[in-house]
Design a protein around this ligand. Sequence first.
Ligand code: AP5
Ligand code: MG
Length: 217
Amino acid sequence: MKEQATIVVMLGAPGTGKGTQAVLLAERLGIPHISTGDLFREHLAAETPLGIEAATYMNKGELVPDEITITMLNARLEEDDCENGVVLDGYPRTLVQALALESYLDSIDEELTMVANLAVPEVLIVKRLSGRWMSKSGNVYHAEYNPPKRKWFDDEDGSPLYQREDDKAETVLNRLKIYEAQTLPLIDHFREEGKLVEFNGVGEINDINDEIFEALQ
Ligand code: AP5
Ligand code: MG
């Protein structure tokens, strides 16, 4: 990574809009969007051993073990397209991952630019996830709030959309429990480091993105 790369972390419970916002923000900043969830889903689609192992955790709504996740993410950060920075979506998600990221950035003389925390009430989260449709390439839609131009096909490449295995109601509830136990403590960690900026995740998608973009300027 170059000096003064922009490194943004999107934090928030499942369904708060991390992916939706991260894609838009990365486009505006001209840097890659890296979602650990998407990376695991790509591995699963390619039936790699890592993908098959990750799916055993993901389908229960549990976190993939830190060691696997950190190794995968650090390898991704080494790629050339990360030179000017990255928007990280869904990583870090545990204190161990946060410390691993900070020590990696430290080792290359970089630091986090901003941690954006999105807040959305739980009732809306459940509605958002039950109506979510995804494309293979990682584009995210919602049946009601953010529909594709042609019903159930991707706007960009026209491929058929699908619903995520872990968006079933009982798995969503477990994901929320795991979030509270393992990821919520990161809010205090990043606040203490002066990196945390809080955003209301309820509202127009583009308005929320403007707020995040402006906070970075
Ligand atoms: P991951 O894929 O990261 O899932 P998640 O954290 O549960 O978050 P989601 O992707 O469900 O929600 P989102 O916040 O991205 O919301 P979205 O933009 O889609 O992780 C999946 C699994 O992988 C984990 O459970 C774990 O097993 C594993 N994993 C991943 N990272 C890991 C890590 N670091 N360590 C260990 N394990 C890891 O929006 C949701 C819906 O709402 C969409 O339909 C969207 O269109 C709609 N929407 C978005 N914004 C708005 C808005 N403003 N108004 C109305 N609707 C909106
Ligand atoms: Mg996501």
